[in-house]
Design a protein. Structure first.
Length: 94
């Protein structure tokens, strides 16, 4: 039986909180970091994996960011459409 692959996004304002969150997220479950996009006021990191690990690590990341007094925006996208994947690839190019 194949597992559903999902995309996850965490967006925060602080670089230190994000690095701390991504480090913990990467250590706690089998996820893959697809890339990141830095905007003028925030940084978003895109991850992929199976639903449960992605949802769980986003919660881990959110809690870590909150320890810094910041807020994290998180989203799980089940079965992302090919167009969504193309947009993320475009956003995360060097």
């Amino acid at each position: 039986m194949s597992m559903e692959v999902v995309m996850g996004i965490i967006e925060v304002e602080g670089l230190v909180s994000l690095v701390d969150a991504i480090d913990a997220m990467s250590k706690s479950a089998g996820i893959e970091v697809l890339g990141f996009k830095q905007g003028p006021n925030s940084i978003a990191v895109f991850i992929t994996g199976e639903y449960k690990p992605v949802a769980a690590v986003l919660e881990v990341g959110k809690r870590i960011v909150q320890r810094y007094g910041e807020q994290a925006k998180c989203k799980v996208i089940p079965n992302p459409h090919g167009h969504t994947q193309l947009v993320v690839q475009s956003l995360t190019k060097g």
